[in-house]
Write a protein that binds this ligand. Structure first.
Ligand code: MF3
Ligand code: CO
Length: 249
């Protein structure tokens, strides 16, 4: 599909309910991140939360993926599979999750520290999170070209000395988890498709402290930085409005 999906007001009502479940889920899981907990335990907490609130885990079964969360630790960038790993004081972990309600997808991610983390690492998380908040506030609205969003994210990350990870992009979503258009984290202003009213997109700056390239683990999913440097990922699902965007999740 090379057209943006547009949502009716009934669908928008459903997306708001969906997003509330996803936001609540990520809040609950974040609050349970402590040294000593396994990523698998976090996954169980997420799945239980989503089902208890009437949603379906959006990633479970997607291209054969077998969990509710992606939990990517330290140099893992995205798509880390929850498992036996015990989180350690000073780690960072991204908690990426999706919810399906009434056949529609949302997708969101936060990266959090485990216990006390290094102040430079905390600044890295704060800066990348702020890049996401800023681009949503300043640029994401009806008529904006995707390249302008990409260019803003790229410049904002590079200004602080971070590397946008090549090849990992934001995306449209709705009926599918990933659909038209792609929203890269690097690009040129005034290029790419324009966003129509009431379409839904996931914006997701993904940055590393070093290399901008990744390697894939033998599990077929986990992507980690080529040089072992730390990476983080923040993502919101937003609805395009006339002169702003609404954060759905
Ligand atoms: N948020 C992830 C992304 O946009 C979704 C991962 S789906 C999974 O790539 F199946 F890999 F978990
Ligand atoms: Co996404």
């Amino acid at each position: 599909m090379s057209q943006c999906q547009i949502f009716s007001s009934a669908e928008i009502t459903s997306l708001r309910k969906n997003g509330k479940i996803l936001r609540g889920c990520l809040q609950e899981v974040s609050s349970r991140v402590k040294p000593g907990i396994t990523t698998k335990e976090l996954d169980r907490i997420a799945e239980t939360y989503i089902r208890d609130h009437g949603g379906k885990p959006g990633f479970l079964g997607y291209n054969g993926y077998e969990a509710t969360l992606c939990t990517s630790v330290n140099d893992e960038i995205v798509h880390g599979i929850p498992g036996a790993y015990v989180l350690q004081e000073g780690d960072i972990v991204s908690l990426d999750c999706g919810v399906i309600l009434d056949g529609l997808n949302t997708d969101a991610c936060v990266t959090v520290g485990v216990g006390q983390i290094d102040p430079g690492t905390q600044k890295f998380l704060d800066d990348v999170s702020k890049t996401l908040e800023d681009v949503l506030k300043l640029l994401v609205k009806e008529g904006m070209q995707t390249g302008s969003i990409s260019a803003f994210i790229e410049l904002s990350l590079r200004r602080e000395g971070y590397s946008p990870v090549r090849g990992l992009t934001g995306h449209g979503l709705g009926k599918e988890l990933h659909q038209f258009p792609d929203i890269p984290n690097v690009g040129q202003a005034h290029t790419g498709p324009s966003l129509p009213l009431h379409t839904l997109i996931a914006i997701e700056p993904i940055a590393s402290l070093g290399s901008d390239s990744f390697l894939q683990d033998d599990d077929g999913w986990t992507l980690r930085t080529a040089d072992g440097s730390l990476a983080c990922h923040f993502e919101h699902t937003v609805l395009i409005e006339q002169d702003h965007c609404e954060i759905i999740a």
